[in-house]
Ligand binder design. Structure first.
Ligand SMILES: Cc1cc2nc3c(=O)[nH]c(=O)nc-3n(C[C@H](O)[C@H](O)[C@H](O)COP(=O)(O)OP(=O)(O)OC[C@H]3O[C@@H](n4cnc5c(N)ncnc54)[C@H](O)[C@@H]3O)c2cc1C
Length: 473
């Protein structure tokens, strides 16, 4: 080996393959490498019990495709003008078609025989009929798929170091090979063959959000608080190119408070729930800007024949009346998916009184006083609510064609909850090729450095697709 001054002379741990991040992609990389005979070590940033990233709290839906050519047609159509290299689309399609066999081969249950496919977001696109999406959450409870993934790792002799965030890649200055990882604690981890970055996106890195996501000055996640874009910083430092940084599974509108790391979705905004009372959302100008009950496609709404991110003029406010406030908890904490429900386990008070006392909900006897309390123009908020109430009376939302929960805002006192843009996950990160190698701006691979999963999904428009797993890494 050529001598390189930044390479440590001694190491604290050593493995053939070092996997950074223990979510779905980390599991797939670790198990695959192990099955091929490698000694594998996983570094995980979260403490034990909070590993699993977004995978742990996802809806647990996963995809299998039944035809390579149709899957190519579907992803190509989904990408539209946001094209990605054909080789990337093909390898994605080939690997997706093996998902069930791969899972079955590891002793997992591919679910296909149990559930009819659900929830393909764009069924009208060419090739869509080859996509089978399965959703086990409602059948077995939350985190079902994750529990299977976790078991697949734990029943193998794969090392896991919890609370051990990777901080820096160790690169040979001359050959540019990646030789290992330095952790936040300063541990030196040697990777004899490869480092695979599977440490998720930048959902919790507000500076990256400001720089890379379109139209949001800040945004919060309903997924893991540990995904802070570390893989992006590490890969950039060794010369990686970036891609797909401007795409994300969002935005939605949710409550975020400093006391809790992740966001709360409000019942009033869920398309499938119709609690009593009147509720609308207004922007900083005191006016409505959207159909609040629209079922977006992972934050995308139709605009002039294209799917664009929902506009989220910040700060936004959910405005509602006493009937809605008194009808029950404004937030449903039942664990099904989302970090707040499954891991934080915040217990929202049944009558909303605790959250009122904390100041998460603001109240005032009149709309004018409420507007003043939250910094809006009283006259504009009054006019907005009057117009909304008129629409409810007519049974037709004249502004945004909303069809659900057409209830007027009438009974005081009145209430407001500040809403922020929220998301599931980001899609961008270090650009990779069809062999899952992280590449430089000129397309050449950085030797021994790979990635998978949400850290740079292979396509820009993967809103209803699982991250690809590097079966071939
Ligand atoms: C609420 C919600 C519902 C969703 N529902 C679905 C669904 O039904 N179907 C679907 O396909 N997708 C769904 N998604 C998206 C899906 O969860 C993600 O795309 C997928 O889980 C990403 O997997 P991953 O392994 O790449 O990242 P993650 O599962 O997020 O794992 C990343 C891991 O890396 C760790 N990490 C971060 N930084 C470091 C570091 N420096 N060092 C070491 N470890 C680090 C994290 O702690 C974490 O454990 C959902 C997402 C959310 C938030």
């Amino acid at each position: 080996m050529t001598h390189s001054p930044s390479v440590p002379q001694t190491w604290d741990h050593e493995a053939d393959v070092v996997v950074v991040g223990f979510g779905a992609a980390g599991m797939a990389a670790a198990v695959t490498a192990h099955e091929l005979g490698a000694k594998v070590l996983i570094l995980e940033k979260a403490p034990e019990g909070q590993e699993g990233g977004n995978t742990r709290v996802a809806g647990q839906g996963y995809l299998n495709t039944s035809s390579v050519e149709s899957a190519i047609a579907y992803l190509t159509a989904l990408n539209g003008p946001f094209t990605v290299p054909e080789a990337m689309v093909r390898v994605w399609a080939e690997e997706m078609c093996q998902n069930n066999d791969w899972l079955r081969g590891l002793g997992g249950d591919p679910q296909e025989h149990q559930h009819p496919p659900v929830g393909i977001e764009f069924p009208d696109l060419p090739g869509a009929d080859c996509v089978h999406k399965f959703h086990d959450g409602p059948t077995y409870g939350y985190s079902y798929t994750w529990k299977l993934f976790e078991r697949l790792v734990k029943e193998r002799p794969i090392g896991i170091l919890y609370e051990t965030p990777a901080k820096q890649l160790i690169q040979n200055d001359i050959t540019k090979e990646i030789l290992g990882v330095r952790t936040a604690q300063g541990l030196r981890i040697k990777a004899r063959k490869a480092v695979v970055l599977t440490c998720g996106g930048f959902e919790n890195n507000q500076e990256m959000i400001r720089n890379y996501l379109p139209g949001v000055p800040y945004c919060y996640t309903s997924g893991s608080p540990y995904n802070e874009g570390d893989g992006i910083t590490m890969a950039m430092s060794v010369g990686a190119d970036l891609w797909h940084m401007n795409n994300y599974a969002g935005p939605s509108m949710a409550l975020k408070v400093p006391e809790v790391r992740t966001s709360f979705s409000m019942q009033a905004l869920h398309y499938s729930k119709q609690p009593p009372g009147g509720a609308i959302v207004v922007g900083p100008d005191g006016k409505r800007f959207t159909d609040e009950k629209y079922k977006t496609r992972h934050g995308k709404v139709p605009v002039n024949g294209r799917w664009l991110p929902l506009a989220t003029p910040c700060p936004m406010f959910l405005i509602f009346d006493h009937t809605h406030f008194a009808a029950g908890p404004l937030y449903d904490g039942h664990p099904s998916h989302g970090w707040t429900q499954i891991v934080e386990r915040y217990e929202w008070s049944a009558d909303n009184s605790a959250e009122l006392t904390k100041g998460w909900i603001k109240t005032a006897p009149t709309l004018g006083a409420l507007a003043e309390a939250i910094g809006l123009s009283p006259a504009t908020l009054d006019a907005t609510v009057a117009r909304w109430n008129q629409s409810c009376q007519m049974g037709r939302d004249t502004e945004f064609n909303r069809t659900l929960m057409l209830n007027p805002i009438v009974e005081g006192p009145f209430y407001a909850v500040e809403l922020s843009p929220s998301m599931l996950n980001t899609q961008g990160g270090p650009r990779r090729n069809e062999r899952a190698q992280i590449v430089r701006p000129d397309g050449t691979p950085i030797p021994r450095l790979y990635s998978s999963g949400e850290l740079a999904s292979p396509a820009l428009r993967m809103s209803d697709l699982c991250p690809s797993v590097p079966h071939r890494a």
